[in-house]
Design a protein around this ligand. Structure first.
Ligand SMILES: Cc1cc2nc3c(=O)[nH]c(=O)nc-3n(C[C@H](O)[C@H](O)[C@H](O)COP(=O)(O)OP(=O)(O)OC[C@H]3O[C@@H](n4cnc5c(N)ncnc54)[C@H](O)[C@@H]3O)c2cc1C
Length: 306
């Protein structure tokens, strides 16, 4: 129920503008977001890298409706990649990209051209790009763009959402040599016709997808905070004889830092998705949907500013 409410709120641009400009917002977002600009994200990336973590930067913003905004997003990624290289933070830090932020809803070709420019900048900086998965209406277009990008930039990664009924098939398609695939549960509100609705069914699908990726030839990136799924991933890696260099775990900045440290301590690569930028509203709503208990944390942050 609460999950549905938060996901509906995540889609409201009007509410987003209102909340993003509210004075109480800064303290609330700090837990999950590096800061408003590249300066802060470089600092936080350095701290995480010093702790032995890998990072994927995510410039906040999605569902871009103007070409100017899409161009600005492309330019921000190209610029931050140059700065990461200059700071010696690549290859430990890569970038995650939402094609909708690059203009996918305006013109798919335009989003592809923008993503290509970011892949070129990432290659120049000695690192990689992963395409985020968004709502199911964009999955085909995103996977087509991925295939195009991989012709010249084969290390480009893809995110797949276990809650979608189609994802086992997509895992089979993408479990090929060198293919970087991030498996996550999925964070959007999706209808029953395309997505499993119960947590148990999503978890079962996650495990089926994990089996395909771990037994395949690609590089699985297991994006979850779920203790049971992490244990199953470690088990499958042993079963399919994968060393810790042949897969990685991924988690969100600010979520289960102790578990991140434990996995690093046991020799795993752990990549933290680190968002930055001004447009944090939809991201925060999805984090509340993941874990409605975080509402208490938000309420305390609001109360402490009074
Ligand atoms: C690196 C990364 C990249 C992602 N990329 C995408 C993407 O491209 N597309 C997409 O749709 N989704 C993406 N997601 C989000 C994902 O789909 C889930 O919504 C999110 O990860 C929560 O699912 P979970 O697997 O952690 O399991 P859950 O069942 O939600 O959580 C398991 C446990 O983890 C802890 N936990 C989970 N979330 C939180 C939180 N916000 N705060 C505090 N504790 C928490 C709690 O202890 C919870 O019981 C990504 C997630 C990660 C980690």
């Amino acid at each position: 129920m609460l999950r549905t409410l938060f996901l509906a709120a995540a889609g409201s641009a009007r509410l987003g503008r209102l909340v993003e400009s509210a004075p109480v917002s800064k303290g609330i977002v700090q837990r999950f977001v590096a800061g408003p600009s590249a300066d802060e994200v470089l600092l936080v990336s350095r701290e995480l890298a010093d702790d032995g973590l890998s990072v994927s930067l995510d410039h906040l913003g999605e569902d871009t409706r103007t070409i100017e905004q899409a161009v600005a997003t492309r330019d921000e990624y190209v610029s931050v990649l140059g700065r990461l290289k200059g700071a010696g933070l690549t290859p430990a830090v890569e970038v995650s990209v939402k094609l909708s932020a690059l203009g996918q809803r305006i013109d798919e070709k335009l989003a592809y051209e923008h993503a290509r420019a970011i892949c070129a900048a990432a290659a120049e900086a000695g690192t990689t790009v992963t395409l985020d998965a968004e709502d199911h209406n964009t999955t085909d277009a995103t996977l087509e763009t991925l295939a195009e990008l991989r012709r010249d930039y084969p290390s480009t990664g893809a995110a797949l959402q276990a809650y979608l009924r189609r994802t086992e098939g997509d895992c089979r398609e993408l479990a090929t040599a060198g293919s970087r695939v991030r498996l996550c549960k999925g964070a959007y509100s999706e209808p029953e016709s395309v997505a499993f609705q119960s947590a148990l069914d999503v978890d079962k699908s996650f495990v089926r997808c994990l089996n395909i990726l771990m037994s395949g030839e690609g590089y699985p990136m297991v994006a979850t905070h779920d203790a049971r799924l992490i244990a199953i991933a470690e088990d499958r890696a042993r079963w399919f004889d994968r060393s810790t260099a042949e897969y990685e775990f991924q988690m969100l900045h600010g979520v289960r830092p102790d578990e991140q440290a434990r996995l690093v301590g046991s020799g795993h690569t752990v990549r933290v998705l680190l968002p930055y930028g001004q447009e944090w509203y939809a991201y925060l709503m999805r984090r509340l949907a993941d874990r409605p208990a975080n509402v208490g944390f938000v309420a305390r942050a609001v109360a402490s500013r009074k």
